[in-house]
Ligand binder design. Structure first.
Ligand code: PLP
Length: 288
């Protein structure tokens, strides 16, 4: 399907349908690339530094030597927004290994591909933030990280398969467990629970993506005086929780009202989730 609009590709703004990358790009051949998904609110790139920290850490481990710094990347994103006439946007910034020969390479990649795409943020219904989402456990386990830590890499097959298993239930999120049966994360989100006024989220040792929103919510909990702990737990702990919610950069903080047919807490957004949502929105407004 032809895509409308403009993308940034290696220094140029080009029409999306004319934006092409080489079939020899190792991002395409071997998934050697990392990306970030984040939002612009009135052209302000929210938590941009945290996204850049994660991106550059992935680039370091993959040996992809990017000649652009984060300010140049910010400029590339702002150019993409301007070209598409967007103020509020869903942004995807990818850096892949670039063109290299057939076969794996142990050498650093020195000519990466840089791609920025942006679109309007889908209009999420108020009910999603108030009544919450359903969560369904998928049978696909969260795989272990490809490297030492989990990067937001182009290797997305684990989530692609989980999403396929979820099928047409577009309004629900899939819950992924580790092979040992511990709660890991959603297909595209991190997960939290509240029990007796305390906040819990699985440790990074489960192999989850170190979500930027996850880290931000832990910081917000500190600001609000909510005791928070990273600790591994099984699915039963979610069933017994007072509140459960999911986080990601696009949807922010989304309550979970039901997991595998079991009602969570009151079956709607709880007070702690609401306080965190409000604190999040306040930071969005002040841009920090
Ligand atoms: C597997 C997975 N976990 C968690 C998240 C949330 O990460 P972030 O808060 O950085 O958007 C995402 C985002 O897409 C994801 O794909």
């Amino acid at each position: 399907m032809a895509q409308a609009g403009y993308v940034y590709l290696n220094g140029d703004i080009v029409e999306a349908e004319n934006a092409v990358v080489s079939v020899y790009d190792h991002g395409f051949l071997y998934g050697a690339g990392v990306f970030e998904t984040f939002r612009a609110y009135q052209r302000r790139l929210f938590l941009f530094d945290a996204h850049m920290d994660r991106l550059f850490s992935g680039l370091r481990e993959l040996g992809i030597r990017l000649q652009m710094n984060r300010e140049q990347l910010r400029e590339a994103v702002l150019r993409t927004l301007a070209a598409n006439g967007l103020q509020d946007a869903y942004i995807r910034l990818s850096v892949t290994a670039g063109v290299a020969g057939l076969g794996l390479s142990a050498e650093d990649y020195t000519r990466p591909t840089v791609l920025v795409m942006a679109k309007e943020v889908p209009r999420f219904p108020d009910a999603m933030y108030e009544k919450g989402k359903r969560l369904l456990t998928v049978s696909i386990h969260r795989n272990t990280p490809e490297g030492h830590t989990r990067h937001k890499s182009h290797n997305f097959l684990n989530q692609v398969l989980a999403k396929r298993e979820l099928g047409e239930q577009a309004e629900a999120e899939g819950l992924m467990l580790t092979r040992e049966g511990y709660v890991a994360e959603g297909i595209v989100s991190n997960i939290f629970l509240i029990r007796s006024g305390r906040l819990f989220t699985p440790t990074l040792a489960t192999g989850i993506l170190p979500g930027v929103t996850r880290a931000f919510v832990l910081r917000l909990a500190g600001e609000l005086g909510i005791p928070a702990e990273e600790r591994d737990f099984r699915r039963e702990a979610l069933f017994a929780a007072d509140e459960v919610f999911l986080t990601n950069s696009i949807q922010e903080i989304v309550p979970v009202c039901e997991i595998d047919g079991v009602t969570i807490g009151e079956g709607k957004r709880g007070p702690f989730t609401q306080r965190l949502q409000q604190a999040y929105r306040q930071h969005v407004q002040t841009g920090s």
